[in-house]
Design a protein around this ligand. Structure first.
Ligand code: PBG
Length: 342
């Protein structure tokens, strides 16, 4: 394979020969996207009507009924799972985020409604982190301006348990505290939920590309206030985008603690990390094309600066080429529709 003679040489070999026709390009494609590669992230809120997210054109915060319609659509399109993100009413947010582990919170009610209607026909993935529930918008508990790792882990375990008991198939800790995967596994097993899988956000970077998501769930303003008061920064728990070797250590620790699947996030700015994680560990590797990646493509397309549909498709295809088994993307429904048309 490394011998250039074996690969042939010009003029006998002409690589353009296999690029001549659409059927041929499709026949020799090394990477093929299918709807089963896509996970659809959904925002749910406690209002009757859907509410658009201004920085994410085409994305809405849906009432539970709307989520059920999306779930039906996902099943029809062959999308394997939804990732549920609750938009928590400001009145329910507290410094300690205690609403996160109340069994009748919006996330749990949404999960129950989906399971009741669709059983196991569609996967349900739930984020485990405190940011939707805390007044300060952090994923963990704050004391003296610092994120308290071990105290946070104890709360995350309670959150994971109520989500599992509501019926979610996968819990996805996105908080980046140390030691949370092992603790969550133990807590789930202790209540007899050894069937619930853990998709760990193992390599989650402190990224500027989460901005529109924070608008959508209403944690942006809170984080801004926290920062102006000199309180901790997400950089004290999310990874520095400068680092890749550290990502492998994060993944190794999470696997040792019992993660069934791991996630790299954001995706488009970490293709190298996705590839290294997949080739080093081989276990199911997910990637999250985050809100800012979606917003960038949309903004350019809405200005007429690029072909949005083609750019969306290409952006996901290359994430899979890098090694991702599955991609969380806000483009999931439109891409799945388009893939189904072929
Ligand atoms: C928080 C969480 C975030 C995202 C998913 N879970 C944001 C953050 O860490 O501030 C971002 C997803 C996106 O930007 O699409 N636990």
């Amino acid at each position: 394979m490394n011998d250039p003679q074996q690969l042939g040489s010009f003029p006998t070999t002409r690589l353009r020969r296999l690029r001549r026709h659409d059927w041929l390009r499709r026949a020799v494609a090394e990477t093929v996207l299918t709807p089963a590669d896509l996970i659809w992230p959904i925002f749910v809120h406690d209002h009757e009507a859907a509410l658009p997210v201004p920085s994410m054109p085409g994305v809405e915060r849906l009432p539970v009924e709307g989520v059920l319609r999306a779930a039906e659509e996902a099943i029809r399109l062959g999308i394997p799972a939804l990732a549920i993100f609750p938009v928590v009413e400001p009145a329910l947010k507290t410094d300690d985020g205690a609403h996160a582990y109340e069994a009748d919170n919006l996330a749990c009610r949404t999960v129950r409604a989906i399971r009741q209607r669709f059983g196991d026909a569609l996967g349900i993935i739930c984020d485990v982190a405190l940011d939707p529930y805390t007044t300060h918008g952090h994923d963990g508990l704050l004391a003296d301006g610092q994120i308290q790792n071990d105290e946070t882990v104890a709360v995350l375990c309670r959150q994971a348990v109520v989500l599992a008991e509501a019926g979610c198939h996968v819990v996805a800790p996105s908080d980046m505290m140390d030691g949370r995967v092992g603790a969550i596994r133990e807590s789930l097993d202790a209540v007899g939920r050894d069937d619930v899988a853990i998709l760990s956000y193992a390599a989650k970077y402190a990224s500027a590309f989460y901005g529109p998501f924070r608008d959508a769930v209403g944690s942006a303003a809170a984080l801004g206030t926290a920062a102006s008061q000199g309180l901790a920064d997400k950089k004290t728990y999310q990874m520095n985008p400068a680092n890749a070797a550290e990502a492998l250590r994060e993944v190794a620790l999470d696997i040792a603690e019992g993660a069934d699947m791991v996630m790299v996030k954001p995706a488009g700015t970490a293709l190298d990390v996705i590839q290294r994680v997949k080739t080093t560990f081989g276990l199911p590797t997910f990637a999250y094309q985050v809100s800012g990646e979606y917003a960038m493509i949309h903004a350019a397309a809405d200005n007429g600066w690029l072909d949005g549909e083609a750019a969306a498709l290409e952006s996901i295809l290359v994430i899979k080429r890098a090694g991702a088994d599955c991609v969380l993307t806000y483009f999931a429904p439109e891409l799945a529709r388009r893939l189904g048309e072929r």
